[in-house]
Design a protein. Structure first.
Length: 251
């Protein structure tokens, strides 16, 4: 994860956009040098989040940052997540910057969150992708963290709808919140469904659990465990990055 500090227009903004860009580039280079395959650029510092459409200033800032990361760390595949659930803006940023995929927290169905009821907009997202002529993949969360599903009682039902009706290119299983461990039972259930798309773990992964999780998942998304002191809002810790990558390479 490339967790961005508050961006222009955000209530807690403190750093200049130039400083945010410098941090994003530095952390992207650190991940690339550590052997990571990809990074997800996310406006993590912009809380409280809009539940869907963000402001134009956020799209502009993230487009600049995504382009900078692609330019300075081209060996990393780049993903974009615009919180809380602005898939359209994420898709535009990804297309403009040459990013490989977007993460969509609620792609199908509806989820109760601290932003209210967030509804999936798969039809709009897929049509926008077609109109843009983009090859950007859609990685969809199922039973997403910081939320309670309203339309799918089971994670299997949401996963099936996300892929078969929402045309998601990959699925993400996370824990209850940022840094919280995902359910191994949920991972097993989705692996057994064999929906024909990659399955990723979206939270709570660390150097001690990554090997066992990769027995069930095609990859993991890691953020908190790579930060200084294991604090989500802290900068990346080079030693933690090195240790985590070393564990994965040694499998």
């Amino acid at each position: 994860m490339l967790h961005l500090p508050p961006l222009p227009g955000s209530p807690r903004r403190a750093a200049s956009l130039e400083a945010v860009e410098s941090q994003a580039i530095s952390e992207a280079r650190l991940l690339a040098g550590g052997g990571f395959d990809a990074a997800i650029l996310e406006n993590f510092g912009d809380a409280p989040f809009f539940k869907d459409d963000v402001e134009a200033v956020t799209v502009a800032a993230m487009s600049r940052l995504a382009a900078a990361v692609r330019r300075e760390a081209p060996e990393l595949d780049l993903g974009v997540n615009v919180l809380r659930n602005d898939a359209a803006s994420a898709l535009v940023v990804a297309t403009a910057s040459g990013a490989a995929f977007i993460r969509v927290n609620v792609h199908v169905g509806a989820t109760a969150t601290d932003q209210g009821i967030v509804e999936g907009r798969a039809a709009e997202t897929l049509r926008l992708r077609a109109a843009l002529g983009a090859s950007v993949a859609i990685w969809a969360d199922v039973h997403v963290k910081h939320g309670r599903p309203l339309s799918h009682e089971t994670i299997e039902a949401e996963a099936e709808d996300a892929v078969r009706r929402g045309l998601a290119d990959a699925l993400i299983v996370s824990g209850a919140g940022t840094g919280k461990r995902a359910s191994v039972d949920d991972l097993r259930k989705l692996r057994e469904l064999d929906l024909g798309v990659p399955l990723y773990v979206g939270s709570g992964v660390d150097a001690g659990t990554v090997s066992s999780l990769l027995e069930l998942a095609d990859g993991v998304i890691v953020g908190t465990a790579l930060k200084r002191g294991g604090v989500t809002t802290a900068p990346l810790d080079p030693e933690r990055v090195k240790r985590f990558a070393g564990v994965v390479r040694a499998r």
